[in-house]
Every structure is written in structure tokens, then in C-alpha cells.
Design a protein around this ligand. Structure first.
Ligand code: ADP
Ligand code: MG
Ligand code: ZN
Length: 476
């Protein structure tokens, strides 16, 4: 029997607001435990939540970008459950009237283009964190994260492969980063996704029983977990067993998913409308203003770069993969850099330097004017490309002064034909064998001779001139 895998995703994204969703505590990451809490976010009796306007704005922006319809009249609901990281014993969330619904995300995989339907997007607060200390057997509670704003984005069960899921997550991350509503750092937990997965006989119209997997720390883990869980379910069913609807925890070290708890139903949470927060009513003017302020997103930029600059699709994808890179590219073009050259430097040197340093483009110190200057020096023939790459490396980390560096290290290209001719003659005199080899048809000898001349001139020579003059002398 052939099986089909069916997947739906619930993704939690931490919003990049300065303060929490219902109080003015900071959302800053990485502070000592329990230093960012107050009576509101720890749910002390009598404390009253007040909705952070920015959270609403970010949620609406995300909803618009994901092609959702925005709910004009919405509100919050209480989801009741007990867990030590939730001192209130309820989470303020949205069940009945989520802020956005019925969206769509287009993804591209090897297999082609596909639309993933968004079921809904809602706002909610995060819970705290538990830290288990195996040495003492103690568990500590840190409430800093209590009340950090989240949006949860729920898809329809539209995915069939791990590749589609990864493409969707990439697209989602890209969009939210472009909007500036989240940094989507998976390693800091600001993007977390739960994978709901079931299997069914290929061609069947019914959904199988699903499990929900949590604790997926990277896109790679998501892909591995999907493959593992699909295989587990198929094996279970083929062996005569039944899939149990449950929540499972992905264990990256063991490369396996393990049962965590039986899956709750909405009834178990005793949801009811949150009595401490008034309903939300959005005016048409408010929505229009947000629509008008939406930035140009990656997909639109890609299309425009192809159209306006005639760049290949591949280049456009690379340079729009981060908002910071796209901005950098646009600044280069504005400074007069030919678009294709700007794209090449970004795809080659900039991305290379970033990945070497495991850095995000947004954290880069190098500024567009510095790179533009470097590219201009190459264009004017004052630096050869190899030397320019060395200068790039030297100025990258501190956005150094290109001209000062070139001057201080005497790197300016030797365009003086007399000097080049002198170096060529010298190299030929010292290497008569190679010269003879070349004359007798061994092309490889030429490369060696060029290398020697470049060395003689400390790598600063204009390679075209070296080639021409060397050939000329060899012909004599
Ligand atoms: P809950 O809120 O209880 O987690 P939902 O019905 O809201 O359940 O679904 C959560 C996610 O699970 C959605 O992304 C949905 O597409 C997905 N899902 C629901 N049923 C299935 C199924 N049988 N197989 C795979 N995914 C499913
Ligand atoms: Mg769920
Ligand atoms: Zn607080």
C-alpha cells in the first residue's frame, strides 16, 4: 500500500515589541531569571491587563502580509490549564474571534509551486520557562517570558512533504522579518512550530488520526521529525496497530519522537471570553493606514529586481533572502553601482563573510558606501579583483576606510605598462624552461608564468595587461 503524509502546522512567533503584551515589563531576552515580571504578567489577584497597541498592529500587519481577512470585531479568551510555568493558571489567547483568518502562502519546491492555506492567526501571551537541573533534581521556574507577545499561525492540513513544510517556514520567516514584526530566531525560541501529522492510504479523501510534535529546534529538526513520525505511523498501522491522538516530544539526540501526553480538546480548557479586556474594534481607517504602510515584501522585490535590473531569478532570490541584504543592495544601486556587480559582491563576498562568521545580515557593520567605493576602485582599474577581495576582508568587520587601507598597504593596481613589461622580462629570463614549454605548445606553462609576474608585482598587476604583454614577449 502507498501512504500519503498529511501535515498541518501551528507556528508560534514572538513579536519584536519592546514591552510585553499586557504590561510594561521588557521583553528583552537573556536576562537573569525573574527580573522582568510584575503582578500583571504573573497574574496576581486584582492585577489588570492592558493590551499593548503595538501587538495588535504587528498581528494585523502579519495577517495582511499572509493574505488573511482581518477580523474587525475580535477579542481575547481565557484558556485555563495548570502548569508550573503559568502562574495565572490560564493563558490569555484568542479562540472564538482570532484577529485574522483565511490567508494563503505560496511556496516553491523542486516539485513545483503550491499554495498553503492559513486557517487563522491569533494573538496570545507566552508562558514562562522551566529549567530542569539534573544535578540537583530540581526544576526552576523563570517568569521573564510570561506575557511576551506571540502570534500563532495555524495552517490547513495542506502539506504533503517535509520539503513543503521547510519552504513554508522559510517563506513565513522571510515575510515576518521583512515586516519587522519578529526576528524569527529559532535558536532563541522566537519561532517555534508544532507539527501535526497523520498518514492515509494514497488517494483517500479522509484524514487519518494525527499526532502533534513539539520541541522542534531548527528547520532541520522539523524535516527529520516529519520523516521519522510518518515512518513510525505507517509501520504501526501496517503492523495492525492504531495511531493514538497524542502530543509527542521530538528528541533531537535520539532522532526519535516520544509520547508526552494525550491530546487535550478545546473543551478541556474551559475557554471563555476574557472579562478583563474589552473587545477589539478596528476602524476601516486604521486598517487602511496599516495597509498603506506595508513594506515591499521579498516576493515583490524579486519580481521588481528581475524587471528593473534584468537580474537572474537566482540572484534576486539570494539578495532578497533577508531584508537587510535587499536594503544593502538597493543602497549600492543608489550609489551608482551597476546592479549585477552589486548582486555579485553580495552573493559572493558578503554572504561568504557572513556565513564564515555565523552572522545575520542585520548585524553586519559594513555599510553600502564602503562596498560601493571598493567596487568603484575596481571599475576604475585602480584595484584588481583579487586585491579588492583582500581589501574587502580587511574592512568588513569594522567598516574600515577603503582608500586609507589601499594607500597604507600600497595595493593600488600597477597599470604602468613599462613596469609590467619589466617584470615579465625578468620572469622569462629566470624561467627559460617554462618559456620554451609554452612555445612548444604547453598552455599550462603560461599560467605559471602569469603567476610569477603577479608575484613579482605583489599581486597588484592588472591581469589583462600581464596576459597581453607576456604573450607579446613570448612571441618574439
Ligand atoms: P488543535 O487546536 O486541537 O491543535 P486544530 O484542529 O486547530 O487542533 O488543528 C491544529 C493543526 O493540526 C492544524 O494545522 C490542522 O491543519 C492540523 N490537523 C488537523 N487534523 C489533522 C490531521 N488529521 N492530520 C494532519 N494535520 C491535521
Ligand atoms: Mg494545537
Ligand atoms: Zn509584567
Amino acid at each position: 500500500m502507498t501512504w500519503e503524509t498529511v501535515i498541518g502546522l501551528e507556528t508560534h512567533v514572538e513579536l519584536a515589541t519592546r514591552t510585553k503584551i499586557f504590561c510594561s515589563c521588557t521583553t528583552e531576552f537573556g536576562s537573569p531569571p525573574n527580573t522582568h515580571c510584575c503582578p500583571v504578567c504573573t497574574g496576581m489577584p486584582g492585577a489588570l491587563p492592558v493590551l499593548n497597541r503595538r501587538v495588535l498592529e504587528f498581528a494585523v500587519k502579519a495577517g495582511l502580509a499572509l493574505n488573511c481577512s482581518i477580523t474587525r470585531h475580535s477579542g481575547f479568551d481565557r484558556k485555563n490549564y495548570f502548569y508550573p510555568d503559568l502562574p495565572k493558571a490560564y493563558q490569555i489567547s484568542q479562540l472564538y474571534l482570532p484577529i485574522a483568518r483565511n490567508g494563503r502562502v505560496d511556496v516553491r519546491t523542486q516539485a513545483g509551486d503550491k499554495t498553503i492555506r492559513i486557517h487563522e492567526l491569533h494573538m496570545e501571551e507566552d508562558a514562562g520557562k522551566l529549567a530542569h537541573d539534573p544535578a540537583t533534581g530540581l526544576t526552576r521556574v523563570d517568569c521573564n517570558r510570561c506575557g511576551v507577545p506571540l502570534i500563532e499561525i495555524v495552517t490547513q492540513p495542506d502539506f504533503r512533504t517535509a520539503e513543503e513544510v521547510t519552504a513554508y517556514l522559510e517563506a513565513l520567516k522571510e515575510t515576518l522579518q521583512y515586516l519587522g514584526v519578529s526576528d524569527c530566531k529559532m535558536q532563541e525560541g522566537s519561532l517555534r512550530c508544532d507539527v501535526n501529522l497523520s498518514v492515509r492510504p494514497a488517494g483517500s479523501g479522509e484524514l487519518g488520526t494525527r499526532t502533534e510534535m513539539k520541541n522542534l529546534g531548527s528547520f532541520r529538526a522539523v524535516a527529520r521529525a516529519i520523516k521519522y513520525e510518518a515512518a513510525r505511523q505507517i509501520q504501526l498501522i501496517e503492523g495492525g496497530g492504531r495511531v493514538v491522538q497524542e502530543t509527542r516530544r521530538w528528541d533531537e539526540d535520539r532522532n526519535a519522537s516520544l509520547p508526552m501526553r494525550v491530546k487535550e480538546n478545546a473543551q478541556d480548557y474551559r475557554y471563555f471570553p476574557e472579562p478583563d479586556i474589552p473587545p477589539i474594534r478596528l476602524s476601516e481607517e486604521y486598517l487602511d493606514a496599516l495597509r498603506a504602510a506595508q513594506p515591499e515584501l521579498a516576493q515583490a522585490k524579486r519580481a521588481r529586481y528581475q524587471r528593473e535590473y534584468g537580474l537572474p531569478e537566482y540572484d534576486c532570490r539570494m539578495i532578497t533572502s533577508h531584508r537587510a541584504l535587499a536594503r544593502f543592495f538597493e543602497a549600492l544601486v543608489e550609489l551608482g553601482v551597476p546592479p549585477k556587480q552589486g548582486a555579485n559582491w553580495i552573493m559572493g563576498e558578503v554572504l561568504g563573510a557572513l556565513s564564515q562568521r555565523a552572522m545575520e545580515p542585520g548585524d553586519m557593520k559594513l555599510t553600502p558606501p564602503t562596498l560601493a567605493r571598493l567596487i568603484a576602485l575596481v571599475g576604475e582599474g585602480r584595484l584588481n579583483r583579487n586585491t579588492a577581495v583582500k581589501v574587502f576582508e580587511a574592512v568588513f568587520d569594522r567598516d574600515g576606510d577603503v582608500d586609507a587601507y589601499v594607500r597604507a598597504h600600497g595595493l593600488e593596481q600597477v597599470n604602468d605598462d613599462a613596469l609590467v613589461r619589466e617584470a615579465c622580462a625578468e620572469v622569462l629570463a629566470v624561467n627559460p624552461r617554462s618559456a620554451a614549454d609554452y612555445r612548444s605548445g604547453k598552455e599550462k606553462a603560461f599560467g605559471f608564468l602569469v603567476g610569477q609576474v603577479m608575484r613579482e608585482l605583489k599581486g597588484r598587476a592588472n591581469p589583462q595587461r600581464v596576459n597581453a604583454i607576456l604573450k607579446e614577449l613570448l612571441m618574439q
